[in-house]
Design a protein around this ligand. Sequence first.
Ligand SMILES: Cc1ncc(COP(=O)(O)O)c(C=O)c1O
Length: 381
Amino acid sequence: MFNVYPQFDLDIVRGAGAWLWDAAGRRYLDFYGGHAVISIGHSHPHYLERIQHQLQQIAFYSNAVPIGLQRELAAKLGVLSGYPDYNLFLCNSGAEANENALKLAAFDTGRSVIAASEGAFHGRTAAAGAASWGSAVQSPLSRSIELRFTALDDCAALERALAPGDVCAFIVEGVQGIAGAHVPSPSFLQAARSLCDKYGTMLILDEVQSGYGRCGAFFAHQHAAIAADMITVAKGMANGFPIGGLMIHPRIHAAHGLLGSTFGGNPLACAAGLAVLEVMEAENLIRRSITAADQLRSGLADLPALREIRGRGLLMGLEFDSPAAPLRQRLLQDHAIFTGSSACPLTLRLLPPLTIDRAETHCFIAGLRSLLTQMKQEIET
Ligand SMILES: Cc1ncc(COP(=O)(O)O)c(C=O)c1O
């Protein structure tokens, strides 16, 4: 394999709900969710049944023919997300959704400059990589695209970036995930909405990580009561089946050949996507995840060495006094709890499935508390 991933030496062979098992039969609590992907829990019975049924009908056909399941998915996503009149373009990943959103903004406005936020991550393709903060993702190809980065929550800087009138899109995450669960203030998102209107710039909300109920609303930006011109989705959308989507304001016109994808919107991916929405609705998962997030926050509040709890809902960043990497490693090794890292070295990221219950929340808090106490004693002795 082309060696691009720093990895834990774990052989995961099975998952159910919020739990994983390795080949030796050891059980792990999954507060990482394969990077915020597992929304309805591993191996949910309705998800399995929906996919198995679809496999027996037809797994793949291309967009050379209309695919009824795409319309079903678009309609259900529109209604559940509060964007019933938006059009849906289907692709296969988060980067691809953002790449297409930026491309569509460039087509629609005739402009080519992009505005984005410091700390942002939007994926590793050319334009999405250009709009991502940090040199590691930016190849010379990405650097050939003109970008204006401004600090999250700095309205005056954003206005300076948009004022020349040459910016096709301002792209921003509903909550900055990889940066360490930084939440844009509602007033910043509201200002961004009016500035985009004022300067003819498209507002793209990247909800690839923060969307699909993870942040206590269908989309995190809905806490600011604004509407975006385009919204990108992926991770939680099909609970691990590769899919991405771009929700597009009805004022933006489609034309044949403008966007496209061979695999995007294939029947199997749509069945997986529909299964997720059906489970979210039937099990009231957004409501349940809010309760779980509240339980987590209150249980974590008095932990030693915890400086700050950031984020929204079940996209949570725990910032400690010292580096989080050893903590993450030992949570996994000693307590069999899987968590996420972030670009902030002091921050541990929590991205559990939306289905976690009180017992699982307590298990996480007890494991972390015991590890922190143990590490404190080790330092003192
Ligand atoms: C906010 C955000 N946007 C886009 C992406 C890219 O998604 P993918 O890895 O599916 O291309 C990610 C991945 O972590 C993400 O967190």
